[in-house]
Design a protein around this ligand. Structure first.
Ligand SMILES: C[S@@+](CC[C@H](N)C(=O)[O-])C[C@H]1O[C@@H](n2cnc3c(N)ncnc32)[C@H](O)[C@@H]1O
Length: 222
């Protein structure tokens, strides 16, 4: 494991040790912002039943917990301490690094990766892995920090935090989705601290205030 990954693993083990099953273990600002993001994102994803779902970098499993009742949800993370709480929420947990997943090609109907790639140096390798394990016709959804928002630029002036190390442009992820065999990409945009979201194309004026976004695409059927 790279030294950066080892640092993050220790960081999230420590968080889970301190905050337990709370979303604070996954570095959410507070419960409100977590539930706002989760509810909008899961609604956008649509009704899911009897699906095989991967929550990649699941942390304590709070994001995909509502999916557990009607689906089989696998949770993969390298923080073993976080996975104890994810398992208690009903996820089938596995301690793995996302750069090399132990699943066959096309295993999952839906792959979620929420708030993870901003921590990862090898994000293209992780995206490739996530696309590989997505079933043809299935959905890959990635949520991360948006580069270029005015709020984040202001925050960066005042806060030297590891959290803001890496951010992404919407087009940048769209290109990688395209490269790894996904199509019909769509965005869900969030504008912290405002409590609303919008759906739509990249490159609108409102993107200046978009603090994080989710992109989803369908795996092409050959
Ligand atoms: C900010 S938390 C988000 C947790 C969860 N997705 C959520 O939204 O509640 C990021 C998680 O990604 C995990 N993670 C980061 N890099 C990883 C990697 N290379 N392999 C496996 N897990 C990783 C961390 O351990 C942590 O639990």
């Amino acid at each position: 494991m790279s030294s950066s990954n080892m640092n993050w693993k220790q960081y999230f083990d420590q968080k889970a040790e301190t905050h337990g099953a709370s979303v604070k273990s996954s570095d959410y600002f507070d419960d409100d912002s977590f539930f706002m993001q989760r509810d909008h994102t899961l609604r956008w994803l649509g009704e899911l039943q009897h699906k095989e779902i991967l929550d990649a970098g699941c942390g304590v499993g709070a994001f995909s917990e509502p999916l557990v009742k009607r689906n089989t949800v696998y949770g993969v993370d390298f923080s073993q301490k976080s996975l104890e709480f994810a398992a208690a929420r009903g996820l089938k947990t596995m301690t793995e690094d996302l750069t090399a997943l132990p699943f066959e090609d096309g295993k999952f109907d839906v792959v979620l990766c929420i708030g993870v790639i901003q921590l990862i140096e090898q994000h293209a390798a992780v995206l490739k892995e996530l696309a590989r394990v997505t079933k043809p016709g299935g959905t890959l959804l990635i949520q991360t920090l948006h580069r270029g928002s005015i709020q984040r630029k202001l925050l960066k002036l005042f806060e030297q935090s590891k959290k803001f190390d890496k951010m992404y442009g919407m087009d940048e992820l769209k290109q990688l989705f395209d490269q790894y065999g996904l199509e019909d990409m769509q965005y869900l945009k969030m504008y912290h601290p405002f409590k609303f979201v919008t759906k739509g194309e990249a490159r609108t004026v409102s993107d200046l205030f978009c603090t994080s976004f989710a992109i989803k695409g369908s795996k092409k059927i050959d």
